[in-house]
Design a binder for this molecule. Structure first.
Ligand code: BGC
Length: 391
């Protein structure tokens, strides 16, 4: 049984500069990977060498049948020092965008995907108020140079992960556990979204702009509901509220969060399978719940800007995506405005502190030759995209 989707439903695949380009040495993540005593299992190194192989990636996306490609532009390449902009780097991303159009692939551009230039990180990073102006200036320059070629814009990828992992869990740079700085970083991230939203809307081009938020299904034992709601409001609603009135909200869902009676995250339920590479629950139900919650809070149209599974077993990938898409189908049947599904990720790539072990890609990448080999799931999902149908 298949269900045909509304015309214009946007299928695609996603990636981010630091996870695929390689040699992104001038940002806080590269520094973090090379610093002693961080939880990073590996360094990013050459990644998938997409810096040089972007045309191959885009041709692959076209051949597989996906009409869109979500990727990020790297702030530290475009502005390698404070106020020093590289026209060559901007021209490089113009060529990437033009290559998308030549192949009939719509480029969806993320302006910040977890990485911050070293010069800004050295001044404190996201908890420093001046980052709001610095990021706004970067967006203005970038959209000025690239806006006419952009099909859709995402301001900041998962600001809630940047603040939570960087300032409470300490697993992302700057590696802190500091509630006060977490609060400051959260406010700055939210304000940077609001500022950059207006800048992207005012720039050349006329493309929809939105925010992407990491979302989940949330659970607590009986008696813990109030604490769980507080945690969810802090992690999700704080950002979702800033996207009210935006062109869209990008929902990104992977797993479930369990909050204990003490208000802190719990381990996975022993009765639920765990995705070993990520240490979290196999929980495809999350996508539907996240879409519904995003619409409840923002009232904005939804694009699923990320959903996927980091696993070697490709059949389980197909199962996970099928179950996630069934949730999309239930949302559409209820008349909810869901406009697209973008799988994370095109390639097996650098999964932050977890290194190269989690395999989110539809396409395998040889770590020495960089040869790309599509997995069966790539043809399967590409065929659904071509037919604009759900499984
Ligand atoms: C991030 C990606 C990441 C993916 C899988 C999202 O949180 O935006 O950069 O690779 O999840 O963990």
């Amino acid at each position: 049984m298949t269900t045909t989707l509304p015309d214009g439903f946007l299928w695609g695949v996603a990636a981010a500069a630091h996870q695929i380009e390689g040699g992104n040495w001038n940002n806080d993540w590269w520094a973090w990977e090379h610093a002693p005593n961080t939880p990073c299992l590996e360094v990013s190194g050459d990644c998938c060498d997409s810096l040089n192989r972007y045309a191959e990636d885009i041709a692959l996306i076209r051949d597989l049948g996906f009409p869109s490609y979500r990727f990020s532009i790297e702030w530290s390449r475009i502005e390698p020092e404070d106020g020093e902009f590289s026209i060559a780097a901007l021209d490089y991303y113009r060529r990437v965008l033009a290559t998308c159009h030549e192949n009939g692939v719509q480029p969806l551009v993320t302006f910040h995907h977890f990485t911050t230039p070293r010069w800004m990180a050295q001044r404190g990073g996201w908890h420093e108020r001046e980052i709001v102006d610095k990021f706004a200036r970067f967006c203005e320059k970038s959209v000025g140079h690239l806006g006419d070629l952009i099909s859709m814009g995402c301001t900041i990828n998962e600001p809630n992960v940047v603040s939570m992992l960087g300032y409470l869990q300490g697993t992302f740079p700057p590696g802190l556990r500091d509630f006060k700085l977490y609060g400051q970083a959260s406010e700055n991230l939210r304000d940077a979204h609001t500022r950059s939203y207006d800048i992207l809307k005012a720039g050349p081009g006329d493309f929809p702009v939105g925010l992407t938020v990491s979302m989940s299904d949330w659970w607590s034992p009986e008696g813990g509901e109030a604490g769980m709601e507080r945690a969810r409001a802090m992690h999700e609603d704080f950002y979702l509220e800033a996207a009210r009135g935006n062109d869209f909200i990008g929902v990104q869902a992977y797993t479930r969060v369990r909050i204990g009676l003490d208000g802190l995250p719990m381990d996975p339920d022993p009765d639920v399978p765990v995705i070993e590479s990520m240490g979290y629950e196999y929980w495809p139900q999350s996508l539907e719940i996240s879409i519904r919650h995003a619409i409840d809070v923002t009232g904005a149209p939804v694009y699923v800007t990320e959903n996927g599974i980091g696993i070697g077993d490709d059949e389980t990938r197909v199962k996970f995506v099928t179950e996630s898409l069934q949730g999309v189908e239930r949302c559409l049947a209820d008349g909810l405005d869901v406009r697209g599904y973008i799988y994370w990720s095109l390639l097996d790539n650098f999964e932050w502190a977890e290194g190269y072990k989690p395999l989110f890609g539809l396409v395998q990448v040889d770590r020495e030759t960089f040869v790309r080999t599509p997995k069966p799931s790539a043809a399967w999902l590409g065929a659904l995209a071509k037919a604009n149908q759900l499984p």
